[in-house]
Write a protein that binds this ligand. Structure first.
Ligand SMILES: *[C@@H]1O[C@H](CO)[C@@H](O)[C@H](O)[C@H]1NC(C)=O
Length: 269
C-alpha cells in the first residue's frame, strides 16, 4: 500500500523543545475563523496511553463524529485512565467554557490501522447545549452535491498545553476542492469510502496534523468528509473519509449508543 501520515499530533512530541519544524505543520495560509462560521467544530483532547488531539463534529447533542484513528486505542468505559474530552463553542481554546467527557464510543469494526480503511468513529458525551456557537452538522444519505465540490475544513492544528502562548489556539479554516478519483490516484489506492481534496501543489494551503477527525463541510453545515490522512509526497492533498458512504453505519451505531445509554440509565433507577 502507501506510506501514510496520520494527522494526529502527539502532544508529547511537541513538548520537546527544539522540534520547531513540527510547528510548520499547522494550517498553512489558512485563515483564523470564528466559531459561528464552523459551529459544529469540536476539539478533542485524547488521553489514552499517550496524549494527542483531534477534531470532531457535533452530530447531535450527545454524539460526535470523528476519525477512527483518533480514538481507536481508547476504550473509555473500561479504563479510567483513558479520557477523551471535547471542547465546544469557542474559536479560542483558552476561552472554551463547555467541555464534555466521552462516555462511550464506537470505532468502525473494519477500521484498519495500516490502510486507514473505514476511518470513522462516533463518540458519545454528556449533553452539549446547542446555540449559534455549537450547532449540528447535517449528513446526507445520497451524494446530492456536485461531483467535485468546493468545501471547507476547520481545525485547531497544533495545540500545546505546555506553552500557552505558542501554537494555534484559534480555529483555522481552509478551502478544499474535492478531486476526481483520477487525480487522487497520485496518492495510491483509495478505497470506495475515501476521497481526496486539496491540491497536488505542496505549497498550497492545507489542513494540519491534529486536524484529524475534523469535518469537511459543504455550504456551512453539510458534512461530506472527515480528515483522515495524507501522504508525505503530497502534503496539501488530504484524504477524507466519505461521510455519505458511511451514512448508514453512522446512523445505526448512533442509535445503538443512544439505546445502550438509556438502558444503563433506566437500570440504575
Ligand atoms: C461518497 O460516497 C457516496 C456514496 O457511496 C458516493 O455516491 C459519492 O460519489 C462519494 N463521493 C466521492 C467524492 O467519492
Amino acid at each position: 500500500m502507501f506510506e501514510h501520515e496520520k494527522l494526529v499530533f502527539l502532544l508529547v512530541i511537541v513538548r520537546l523543545r527544539g522540534i520547531n519544524c513540527a510547528m510548520e505543520e499547522r494550517v498553512i495560509a489558512g485563515v483564523e475563523t470564528r466559531i459561528e462560521e464552523y459551529p459544529h467544530s469540536v476539539f478533542l483532547l485524547v488521553k489514552c496511553n499517550a496524549v494527542w488531539m483531534c477534531g470532531a463534529s457535533i452530530l447531535n447533542q450527545e454524539i460526535l463524529l470523528t476519525a477512527g484513528h483518533c480514538v481507536t486505542s481508547c476504550q473509555v468505559d473500561t479504563d479510567e485512565t483513558h479520557i477523551i474530552t471535547g471542547y465546544v463553542g469557542h474559536e479560542d481554546l483558552r476561552k472554551v467554557t463547555i467541555t464534555r467527557t466521552a462516555k462511550d464510543l464506537v470505532v468502525h469494526e473494519n477500521y484498519n490501522d495500516y490502510s486507514l480503511e473505514n476511518d470513522v468513529a462516533i463518540v458519545m458525551t454528556e449533553s452539549i447545549p446547542l446555540s449559534d456557537k455549537s450547532k449540528r452538522v447535517i449528513l446526507h444519505c445520497d451524494w446530492s452535491f456536485p461531483n467535485t465540490p468546493i468545501a471547507y475544513v476547520a481545525g485547531w492544528g497544533i495545540y500545546d498545553e505546555s506553552t500557552p502562548n505558542k501554537g494555534s489556539k484559534i480555529l483555522m479554516s481552509v478551502k478544499q476542492s474535492v478531486k476526481t478519483p483520477e487525480i487522487c490516484e497520485v496518492i495510491g489506492y483509495l478505497t470506495p469510502g475515501m476521497f481526496c481534496a486539496g491540491s497536488t501543489r505542496a505549497e498550497d494551503p492545507r489542513a494540519a496534523r491534529g486536524d484529524s477527525g475534523s469535518a469537511l463541510v459543504y455550504r456551512e453545515f453539510h458534512q461530506i468528509g472527515i480528515v483522515s490522512f495524507k501522504v508525505k509526497s503530497y502534503p496539501a492533498l488530504m484524504v477524507y473519509t466519505n461521510v455519505t458512504y458511511y451514512y448508514q453505519w453512522i446512523q445505526t451505531k448512533s442509535d445503538q449508543l443512544y439505546c445502550k445509554s438509556t438502558e444503563t440509565t433506566s437500570n440504575q433507577q
